[in-house]
Design a protein around this ligand. Structure first.
Ligand SMILES: [Mn+2]
Length: 335
């Protein structure tokens, strides 16, 4: 099904072959979970080229023809292209090192190599039912973990202890790992949008920004909560309410057919009303799936159009240097 979508695009683009080297794209298209391999798609064959360590695993996990790399990926790719009379082959230039490209170019003498970093990514934009299920489960793990950890955020506990507990709890709940290094930023450190946990102790009056996500069967979740230890100051309360309101505006602006830059720009306008727009220093959100950060990007440069089946984050934040920061992030499915 996913490979069929790629084949349709290859037909349109007059491509004879597509060499997939990004391991996440290989997993997405073939189901192979190993860490080394190349997927070569032609109009009549689908090959997964692997070395001896992965021959058995590849055969078990995929429905494609498993090929031994025969001591050289590039020579094997060339041989298979020739067997399929492929003259024009797409490759993922963002994923290939200069050295790998050089080796490939040397053997692919008569074959045209076309850089392509959008075709598979375009297919990945809209999640299918199976993916939605996995992402929802990854989100459930993160949400449940937050509910448990929030009771443990008390004066005297360090940021690192909180992040360690979060990661342990997520694994106990079935996560294969974290989606990204857990952010626990407290007190003045909460104005650092990506303040990963340190040995700083939580103090009374601190704002604590927790940005966390679980990795579950290859799919990610990503949420942020800001909590306050003890009573909130007037300023903390005011900033929190402004961020919360901005998030609501941003979510409302997400509609099928709308450009992915629109919600970000609206949120900036919203913050500008309180002269706070200069303290919103990142983009409003991003797609989430096999990658924690993927298209569509909810940023001024976001050029995608929202479609049903996309899953994105909405995460406005205000960061007041040397004071505190607030971010609230939720995941939204577009229907
Ligand atoms: Mn995020």
């Amino acid at each position: 099904m996913r490979i069929q979508k790629l084949l349709n695009k290859m037909e349109e683009e007059k491509l004879d072959a597509f060499l997939v080297t990004n391991m996440k794209n290989i997993r997405y298209l073939s189901g192979f979970t190993g860490d080394t391999g190349k997927l070569l798609i032609t109009h009549n064959h689908k090959y997964l080229i692997v070395d001896g360590r992965f021959l058995e695993q590849a055969a078990k996990e995929t429905n494609v023809e498993v090929i031994d790399y025969d001591k050289s990926f590039s020579k094997t790719i060339k041989r298979l292209c020739d067997e399929n009379n492929a003259k024009k082959c797409a490759f993922e230039s963002n994923d290939v090192t200069f050295g790998e490209y050089d080796a490939l170019k040397k053997v692919m003498d008569s074959i045209e190599l076309v850089p392509d970093n959008t075709t598979i990514e375009n297919i990945r934009l809209v999640k299918d039912e199976g993916e939605i299920k996995l992402i929802k489960h990854a989100l459930k793990i993160a949400l449940e973990t937050f509910e448990e950890i929030k009771t443990k955020i008390v004066p005297g506990v360090t940021e690192r202890e909180i992040s360690a507990e979060i990661e342990y709890m997520m694994k106990l709940k079935g996560a294969e790992g974290v989606a990204f290094e857990t952010i626990v930023a407290s007190g003045k450190r909460s104005s650092l949008p990506h303040g990963t946990a340190t040995d700083k102790k939580i103090e009374y009056g601190d704002a604590v920004v927790i940005d966390m996500g679980a990795l579950y069967n290859g799919y990610n979740s990503d949420i942020t909560r800001t909590i306050f230890v003890g009573d909130m100051s007037k300023e903390q309360e005011r900033i929190y309410e402004i961020v919360e309101k901005a998030q609501k505006k941003g979510i409302e602006a997400i509609k099928v057919g709308e450009k992915s830059s629109v919600p970000h720009n609206l949120v900036v306008e919203e913050f500008a009303k309180d002269n706070l727009d200069e303290y919103f220093v990142h983009s409003l959100g991003h797609g989430v799936g096999i990658d924690v950060h993927e298209r569509p990007f909810l940023s001024p440069r976001g050029a995608d159009t929202f479609q049903s089946g996309m899953i994105v984050t909405v995460e406005p934040g205000i960061y007041l240097p040397d004071k505190f920061g607030v971010r609230i992030e939720d995941m939204i499915m577009i229907e």
